[in-house]
Write a protein that binds this ligand. Sequence first.
Ligand code: C2E
Ligand code: MG
Ligand code: MG
Ligand code: MG
Length: 292
Amino acid sequence: RAKRKGRDAAVLFTKDMAEEASLKLRRSEELRCAVENGEILLHYQPQKNLKTGKIFGVEALARWRHPTEGMISPCSFIPLAEESGLILELGAKVLELACRQARSWQDAGLPALKVAVNMSARQFQDCGLTTLVSDVLAQSGLSPCCLEIEITESLIMQDVDAAVRSMTQLTELGVTLALDDFGTGYSSLSMLKRFPLSKLKIDRSFIAETPTHPDDNAIVSAIISLARTLDMEVLAEGVETEAQADFLLAAGCEAAQGYLIGHPLPPEMVARLLAPSHAKVAPEGRETSGRR
Ligand code: C2E
Ligand code: MG
Ligand code: MG
Ligand code: MG
């Protein structure tokens, strides 16, 4: 009986797995078409200096506008693209869209912004990455100093020497590098020195419980002083409340990103947020003394 039960379970298991595999395959195919058909677009989340009130950058976040299912989150399609290898094409598309958009905001007379683009390990291992980035910059006419590339700890720890090499090449183009979701990975602090990173982005899981949890306050403060020691910029992710913003400013972190400042927005909303006409609506003093 036990044997029989076991066998049924095994049958069920393989059937589920087969179903899942074919579903995944279909989804990958669909995603491949989506990349080709322009269903992948970017929303941009503002990054603000909490002290000056100035929006200095935006992070480009991929969205899949599915014809029947609506907007699909990157959390579901990026891993799929990574598995199937499609991330190379998707990543190139994202880079191109982001650089073109940043340049067109500049052409429209909006204050200069730095655009941050996320990169996957697979893109980073691709030997054509530096060429791709320099080509996209040239074609879009965006200055390299207006592009930031976000990478994660797990990415750089996979092959430290190779990562250092790729990162160095990118910085030689004039692009800057930010370490995303900092604190969630396992990079050793001594390793950090080896990478040409300009910025640490404190993961939002640490920000979430500030300023009420002393442990998180201590971790966030430690990351801020670490960044200072290593001569790096620091930005807090996932800032949702005034209390968090106040805590960060007091702890010495001026740069922030999160729902308090703004959700990821379609490009036309970013333009509205930054347009001089918008700035005029707000009282003069607020731009310089405002907190958000
Ligand atoms: P990430 O790079 O850490 O991006 C930040 C994520 O946190 C975004 O989710 C953003 O919407 C969300 N977020 C921002 N502020 C807040 C906040 O105050 N509270 C909370 N709870 N969440 C906040 P999103 O857009 O769903 O992106 C998720 C992840 O997908 C990104 O995490 C990034 O790892 C990945 N991703 C997005 N676009 C791309 C891309 O073009 N290429 C690659 N390789 N990965 C991407
Ligand atoms: Mg990011
Ligand atoms: Mg992040
Ligand atoms: Mg994150």
